[in-house]
Design a protein around this ligand. Structure first.
Ligand SMILES: [Fe+2]
Ligand SMILES: [Fe+2]
Length: 157
């Protein structure tokens, strides 16, 4: 299976720094909180000085393990129907991240920046497609209804 971090179309020339926007809110608060943390960490990996990359990548790995484990637990506990492809995508991302950890330990900061840019490109689509379906599902399971999302000042897409 190809990595979900490989862009399906030619990469755009400039990589945008991932920044939080309420457009990312999906309505299931525990997931929104963890996504906020993801966005912050990836943005830091894209922009921090090179000397900070090893510590930031370690922080990101801790986060990603928690993030993906949390979503997996929700999916397994509630028997979410489409869980397998979602779990597989997380695993593929984690494999790429752990591979980059080894390369960064050898001093390859370029590959770490590339990873950060790929994560920034990957997240919006993943959140829109797989995570939003899980968010709806969890709101129905836990709250008995569709999520009500209150977004502040989100420009129309
Ligand atoms: Fe997520
Ligand atoms: Fe996910």
């Amino acid at each position: 299976m190809s990595s979900p971090l490989t862009p399906p179309t030619p990469a755009t020339s400039a990589s945008e720094t991932l920044q939080w926007s309420d457009a990312f809110l999906l309505g299931f608060t525990p997931m929104d909180d963890i996504h906020h943390e993801f966005v912050t960490l990836v943005g830091q990996l894209q922009t921090a000085p090179e000397t900070e990359l090893p510590a930031l990548l370690e922080a990101f790995i801790v986060h990603a393990q928690k993030h993906f484990d949390e979503e997996k637990t929700w999916m397994v506990e509630t028997e979410f129907p489409a869980r397998d492809c979602h779990i597989d995508e997380h695993a593929a991302v984690m494999n790429s991240v752990l591979e980059v950890r080894g390369l960064l330990a050898q001093g390859n900061t370029t590959v770490c920046r590339e990873l950060a840019d790929e994560l920034a490109r990957w997240f919006p689509g993943h959140a829109d497609y797989l995570d939003s379906a899980l968010s709806h599902w969890m709101c129905q399971k836990r709250l008995g209804g569709k999520p009500v999302v209150l977004r502040r000042n989100v420009a129309s897409a």
